[in-house]
Design a protein around this ligand. Sequence first.
Ligand code: XMP
Length: 515
Amino acid sequence: MPAHIAVLDFGSQYTQVIARRIREAKVLSRIYSYKTTAAEMRAAGVCGIILSGGPSSVLAEASPRPDAAVFEMGIPILGICYGEQLMAHMLGGQVAHSKEREYGHGTLSINQKSRLFEGLPDTLRVWNSHGDRIEQLPDGFAAVASTENSPYATIEDASRNFYGMQFHPEVAHSEMGMEVMANFLFKICGISADWSMANYIEQSVQQIREMVGDEHVILGLSGGVDSSVAAALIHKAIGRQLTCVFVDNGLLRLHEREQVEKLYGDHFDLDVRVADERKRFLERLDGISDPEQKRKIIGNTFVEVFDEAVQDLKAHGNYTYLAQGTLYPDVIESVAIDGNPAALIKSHHNVGGLPEKMNLKLLEPLRELFKDEVRELGSQLGLPREVVWRQPFPGPGLGVRVMGPVREASLTVLREADAILHEEMMAADLYYKVWQSFCVFLPVKTVGVMGDERTYENVVALRIVESVDAMTADWARVPYDVLRTISNRIINEVTGCNRVVLDISSKPPGTIEWE
Ligand code: XMP
């Protein structure tokens, strides 16, 4: 690899955030396990090291330590939080448990000139989160900044280019944290800002090729952003050694399966196998109206179907990897097991613990990325806007948008109504502006009149919401004229629906989906 920054991971929840900040500064970096040796890093082209934070205490015997030789490499090192304490502890200083845990905002006073703070004000609001504190500095170190609770909030040995900070410059709550990191990267490590998403693609493609060799990979393609981008990236690396399985569960939107086949199969030349399991899902759902039970049935059936598809593929080829579009936010923080950061981070398996059961290794090329980065990556890989900026769609699909028992007739009404809503939201240039816009089928019949005839048909509800993270949401103020067109078209064009209502509930107390 070309010259790059190593982020040594000691299990901090912010390790990936550090890597992201470095990418934002357009610098090449890679996250390494704390166990990586100095020799391995030197051979890989590392020209600066950031020791991440972590949940352990350097005072605990089993706490994770880097190879002591990293301090002999002659390259700049920045220790953040636990990383700073490690540096102090391993180089001969003293660290002790603090009486008060410093957590939250603090004011950093910069007392001495330091290249880390060049061009920055004398005081900064910074974010802290630590229990231990440094009591005595190692030889050669000086304190350059302090906070209310800590005289050693930033320390340095400028002659060896070793820097340590108790606060977290990588988190958004630390004022000018990005500038502090940029000073480390450019003024201290002297690295250039030439990283781009195109480099990332190149780097990932190479890593995937090295990892997979001549083996084969299976990926569960849902058509959503994450699995689509993962598929496009892996396909770029290994072409037809990747096989995608797309499960048609009978709960898809209008023409969704055909669109997936056309885009990925024809346009991208991906090997997509469609498992047509509509019958199995709908039979299992027959007569079930409890939302939780529906979700369980759909989830379990998916696992079963996917497992069968995988076993079938494995019988016909050298399939040894299961690829998933797991993103950084899906990588759930967990508790430290025996203080070992390697065991800290638990994978959020999109397909519920399947890889172990299926005896497959995991390939997760998007693990270090955040959603907006994945979207950029997808665009650069040539995925169309409709895929990259697609609204979220729940795993159980239309199964949780037909209230009550899921029947084919209800699904047909819902699909047609939903397609009209989609078309009109696009036409009004609103589809990409809202968080989600979809229809819900209500198993309620109401009376209407069409022409001279009395009708007695079902109701469709429109759910259109704005949100930033789906944790809270508000109903979108769609112009009346647009709503009128949607409603007129659904009632006129969809057989089986004679009334359209608008959901004006916020979340909380409502949820976005109705089930
Ligand atoms: P709620 O209804 O809880 O939805 O306000 C929040 C967001 O999550 C989506 N959602 C799901 N996504 N599997 C998914 O992958 C699910 O079972 C599921 N349920 C809800 C929902 O569409 C919204 O964006």
